[in-house]
Design a protein around this ligand. Structure first.
Ligand code: HEM
Length: 131
């Protein structure tokens, strides 16, 4: 099997720079699209988008197989715990997943990687519904 098939998502994205671009595209989608509005409002009620950019980079770095920056900083990387203070229903989770789908449309990743990401994010996001 070619070595590429064993490459982590982190490597496939192009390392730290690639994860940074992924987070930036996602955050801009939240900030500029109609579907992203409820997600944006929730973030603005919390620590804001600058904070989200920083911590999502730390989190996704580890999730994708790179340095586990979020866990090193906060002692865990439990997504339910991370969102425990945010009221998330079906509508908010669907909006977040739509923003992620738009993000992947904008990025020049192989189709298999896009599919793998959505296959992972969909159940992970649905687990966050807490109301
Ligand atoms: C599996 C999918 C998800 C991942 C990996 C994820 C990841 C993260 C991370 C790493 C943070 C920063 C946490 C921190 O400040 O320490 C965060 C914050 C946040 N997430 Fe998510 N998230 C996901 C799904 C969602 C969904 C579905 C929503 C629904 C709108 C959402 C809304 C928020 C909000 C509003 C904040 C900011 C909270 C605050 O600033 O107080 N997330 N998320």
């Amino acid at each position: 099997m070619p070595a590429q098939q064993h490459a982590s998502i982190y490597q496939q994205m192009g390392g730290a720079e690639g994860v940074r671009a992924f987070v930036e595209t996602f955050c801009q989608t939240i900030e500029t699209t109609e579907v992203g509005r409820p997600v944006l409002l929730l973030h603005l009620r919390g620590h804001g988008m600058a904070h989200a950019r920083m911590e999502q980079f730390n989190f996704f770095s580890g999730l994708f197989g790179g340095p586990r920056l979020y866990a090193e900083k906060w002692g865990h990387s439990n997504v339910r715990q991370i969102h425990a203070h945010v009221q998330l229903g079906e509508a908010e989770v669907s909006a977040w997943l739509s923003c992620m789908a738009i993000t992947l449309d904008k990025l020049d990743y192989p189709a298999a990687l896009k599919q793998q990401l959505m296959d992972n994010f969909t159940p992970m996001a649905r687990l966050l519904i807490n109301q």
